[in-house]
Ligand binder design. Structure first.
Ligand code: TRP
Length: 349
């Protein structure tokens, strides 16, 4: 299948799944995760966090991995990692992830999960690993040599998903190849050793790409993002400095006016109003007025999240407890799955 055709097929399947999940949430286990490389921003919020909270509250079993080992796929240091992990938990909790409902754990603390890597690696070939387009793109973007860990990271992700028998994974388009390899691993394992794993499916985000303040994808490395943890003043400064153009009238045109359009989309996401409606209201008042409107919309929207975050920042003991309990529970689940795996493989002594 061509890439376009397979993307359309994924999109269609994703819509069917979403409909079935709404009817039978109890049949689904969602797993997703993040690399702890920095604070979460508005792009993460609208791209995935909001949806995670929705799924959690809809009665789906929800699990989030903080993928600390993935940080060293393409960088040489783990300085900051502990701080990043705690801040990530703070961001989750502030956004409404409820540790009573959603399991939050760190990859490095769950040995039995990582042990799935060995049998799983035997189920993929070297050429399959090298063929993964996302791995190639990530290697090029990082400017780092291809490490063995980066080459095999889709297999790690398969371990993350399958250790808890996750059957739905909310993903961006670029992660679809990893879901495919996870499905292959599950299928090949089940065929070879007997049924243990589900074949998980990807659910495509409805808001696939959130623009950063310059119109490119919102990303920490582009310096175009609004952090959830930023203060209102920092947010105002960021927005003030964002690039616009010399046309006075405000209107939406993503191709010709990426800066103005990104600001309109940001305000639209935070207010629920359409870009055109906001643009029409501001009109000839120009980009200064637009920026003031965007600043207010973002700060109003994030205020309760930020207030909650500040409260939690004062209680690091609680954050650590959430992780400790999450890791404990993740270990129980992983041990159980690993024991099914050993038994399917006849490795019982
Ligand atoms: N690779 C994902 C990212 O960079 C994080 C991640 C780790 C993940 N394990 C996962 C996502 C399993 C989905 C499923 O953000």
């Amino acid at each position: 299948m061509s890439n376009v055709a397979s993307f359309e097929a994924s999109q269609k399947r994703s819509e069917q799944l979403t409909a079935d999940i709404a009817l039978h949430p109890e049949n689904y286990t969602m797993l997703t995760g993040d690399r702890p490389t920095g604070r979460l921003h508005l792009g993460h919020y609208f791209g995935t966090l909001k949806e995670r909270v929705r799924m959690q509250d809809a009665g789906i079993t929800t699990r989030i991995v903080i993928a600390d080992y993935q940080v060293i796929t393409d960088r040489d240091t783990t300085d900051q990692i502990q701080d990043n992990v705690y801040n990530m938990v703070l961001d989750y909790l502030a956004c409404g992830i409820d540790p009573e409902k959603t399991l939050i754990f760190t990859h490095s603390q769950v040995p039995a999960l990582n042990q799935l890597m060995l049998p799983f690696l035997s189920l993929v070939t070297e050429s399959e690993l090298h063929r993964n387009p996302t791995v190639k793109a990530e290697m090029e973007a990082s400017g780092h040599e291809l490490t063995g860990l980066l080459l095999t990271y889709p297999i790690h992700q398969a371990c993350d998903i399958l250790f808890c028998k996750g059957n739905v994974v909310p993903v961006g388009k670029d992660q679809l190849p990893h879901i495919e390899i996870t499905r292959q691993i599950a299928r090949r394992f089940n065929n070879r050793y007997g049924q243990v794993f589900p074949e998980p499916e990807g659910i495509l985000n409805e808001t696939p790409e959130i623009p950063g303040l310059d119109g490119r994808k919102m990303s920490k490395s582009y310096g175009n993002s609004i952090m959830l943890s930023a203060t209102e003043e920092e947010t105002a400064k960021r927005i003030k400095k964002s690039p616009t153009d010399s046309t006075r009238e405000v209107f939406y045109d993503k191709e010709e006016r990426p800066g103005v359009s990104a600001l309109l989309t940001t305000a639209s996401l935070c207010t629920g109003r359409s870009e055109d409606e906001i643009a029409a209201e501001i009109g000839e008042a120009g980009s200064g007025a637009l920026k003031a409107y965007v600043t207010e919309s973002v700060n109003d929207y994030l205020r309760p999240i930020r207030t909650r975050r500040r409260e939690l920042e004062g209680d690091l003991g609680y954050v650590k407890q959430v992780l400790r309990e999450g890791n404990e529970r993740a270990n129980e689940i992983a041990e159980q799955t690993l024991s099914e795996v050993r038994s399917a493989m006849g490795m019982l002594y």
